[in-house]
Design a protein around this ligand. Structure first.
Ligand SMILES: Cc1ncc(C[n+]2csc(CCOP(=O)(O)OP(=O)(O)O)c2C)c(N)n1
Ligand SMILES: [Mg+2]
Length: 350
């Protein structure tokens, strides 16, 4: 029989509680705007894909806006993270300009990967983000390596490692978490549990009740949070990040959502029961936060319209600017692919 071990986080109630967690009204509206912008970028991307303007495939994190924005809002400016293909909200919250993301989608030279890679295989290192590779769980040891470096250099910084519940079935997830637990490193693991790994359901990925139940076996705390409740995600991420910064070691946060679209745009997700989509659509994270703001923070019609209109304007301008960005010059194909020994300052290259 499965017995849940991880703590199940309470939903967030009042604005008082959220003030205590360090957010004022302006922060709350900023979070809402970041969620609306995140969804807007992915909706624009979807249209560009249908227009044939995006090479390769196209992924969205619809339904995961609260999870991604909530965690990224809790990160400090010098912290680092390895967001994946459902975590557009992390790039937005860290300040990547939307036009650069649309340029990335279209393979243009102004995308964060300078047209070297497609879709969300991108990150702006200046904003503390490390670009993902397709071998998703391979990003966990990278984040753990960052945390080890912070420990060695005595820097008060934290690494955040994202992974899906499907990725949790792979060996690198185990190795990363085990090493982090053994060394009590300043890293927070965030599992975006959207209940599907392509067409594989959770019961074929893990035998515990929750992914977060495994944390105890690695020697740290596991928490399950409703990934449609942006403030609950923020509160739990903030606690975990500050705990890690103070030397309290890792935490595993499992953010529970449903992947609201196919694995990528080519997939109609016929294998996901219709009732599941209907149930989770009623808990849409943006709609949920909008209602909370209306009830608890006196969000007005004017403010809501202003946010919607400014996001639309920003995206219109972003699209124009991205379409003006050229394709990379083929003559530069090999630039930025390999680091030459002269570029490295590791001792054995000296
Ligand atoms: C090692 C490896 N195996 C298979 C794939 C193909 N693949 C890409 S994403 C994915 C599903 C990942 O599921 P999950 O970790 O739950 O993340 P989600 O896509 O649901 O966010 C698969 C099978 C891959 N990229 N890497
Ligand atoms: Mg998944």
């Amino acid at each position: 029989m499965q017995v849940a071990v991880a703590r199940e986080a309470e939903p967030v109630g009042s604005i008082k509680e959220i003030r205590e967690a360090g957010l004022d009204r302006e922060d709350l509206l900023g979070i809402y705007r970041n969620m609306v912008l995140t969804r807007g970028i992915e909706e624009r991307g979807h249209i560009l894909y249908r227009q044939g303007k995006i090479p390769g495939s196209f992924y969205t994190g619809r339904g995961n806006e609260a999870g991604a924005v909530g965690v990224a809002t809790a990160m400090g400016p010098d912290d680092v993270g390895t967001p994946l293909h459902r975590d557009m909200g992390v790039h937005i919250t860290r300040g990547v300009e939307p036009w650069r993301i649309l340029a990335q989608y279209m393979g243009r030279v102004d995308g964060p990967s300078r047209g070297r890679d497609g879709n969300v295989h991108m990150a702006d290192a200046r904003l503390g983000l490390i670009a993902m590779v397709s071998h998703l769980p391979a990003m966990l040891p990278v984040a753990v390596g960052c945390a080890l470096a912070f420990r060695i250099r005595e820097e008060r910084r934290v690494a955040v490692a994202w992974f899906g519940e499907g990725a949790s079935a792979r060996g690198d997830t185990h190795e990363g978490m085990n090493f982090a637990g053994v060394r009590q490193l300043p890293v927070v693991f965030v599992c975006d549990n959207n209940q599907w790994a392509y067409s594989t359901p959770t019961h074929l990925e893990f035998a515990t009740e929750h992914v977060a139940d495994r944390a105890q076996a690695y020697g740290f705390e596991g928490i399950v949070v409703d990934g449609t409740d942006v403030l609950a995600v923020y509160r739990e991420a903030k606690r975990a990040i500050e705990k890690a910064r103070e030397g309290g070691g890792p935490t595993l946060i499992e953010s529970l959502t449903l992947r609201m679209e196919g694995h990528a745009v080519h997939d109609d997700a016929f294998y996901v029961p219709k009732e599941l989509f209907e149930g989770w659509a009623a808990r849409d994270p943006i709609e949920r936060f909008r209602s909370w703001l209306r009830e608890n923070a006196e969000l007005t019609d004017e403010e809501e319209d202003e946010i919607g209109a400014s996001v639309k304007k920003l995206l219109n301008e972003a699209l124009r600017r991205a379409e003006d960005s050229p394709m990379p010059d083929p003559a530069t194909l090999l630039e930025g692919v390999y680091a030459t020994p002269e570029d490295l300052d590791t001792p054995h290259h000296k």
